[in-house]
Design a protein around this ligand. Sequence first.
Ligand code: HPA
Length: 269
Amino acid sequence: MLQKIKQTTDYIQRCVDFQPETGIILGTGLGNLANEIEVYKTLSYSEIPNFPVSTVQGHKGQLVFGYLSGKKVVAMQGRFHFYEGYTMEQVTFPVRVLKMLGIKLLIVSNASGGMNTSFKVGDIMVITDHINHFGTNPLIGKNIDELGPRFPEMSEVYDKRYIKMAFEVAERNNIHLQKGVYIGVTGPTFETPSEYKFFHIAGADAVGMSTVPEVIVARHMGLPVFALSVITDMGIGTTEKPTHEEVQKAAAAAEPKMTTVIKEMLKEI
Ligand code: HPA
């Protein structure tokens, strides 16, 4: 495994003479943030050894290296979901590679269903904590001691400094941010009304099908994480049925706000 991570990192470093400082994972409907990057080089996932290839509609599948707000970033335009049939190892492999490329911060975005009744579609939620409800964990198996400890602690997964910074830049730019707990589930089904209710009672404000595996692996390696979730549908207090198209549309509509927050934060990092 470590060998594979090193092999992929070596390949990328040979192709791209650029050392990113921040990694950004772009979620469903949020891939356009990459258009804001002053591109140095892009690498399609299909040309990167050991990288899985993205299958889901609306995901591009490439690494974009370049400058955002003058900072060196690498963006994953397209991520790998557990529901697509990838193993947890495959889902999280790129994050391990990005860390080995030298990133000092991982910014993650996703689309989610809102359960906090003060939320509305189009809101952006700063993730303050998560609940892993995948029923598995990407760190199961022999621990790779070179990457991190066997039993990583998870008391402050989402870095408080960046959460504070997000609210400061949002206020200066007249953007309203929500904050809350994200529960990660496998999908691909959206939730039943009882499941939304159950997750809400359990302490979650939004539910989605990604992020938690990547974030666990990042924290295992001691990589600081900041994450934003776009509320694309409401699971509670509505009779509307979520669809993938709606999720993509709502995420795309909220994207400019999310892009502003990330760009303004990068200026301060
Ligand atoms: N549930 C799970 N995942 C999601 C949802 C949802 O309602 N919306 C966007 N991703």
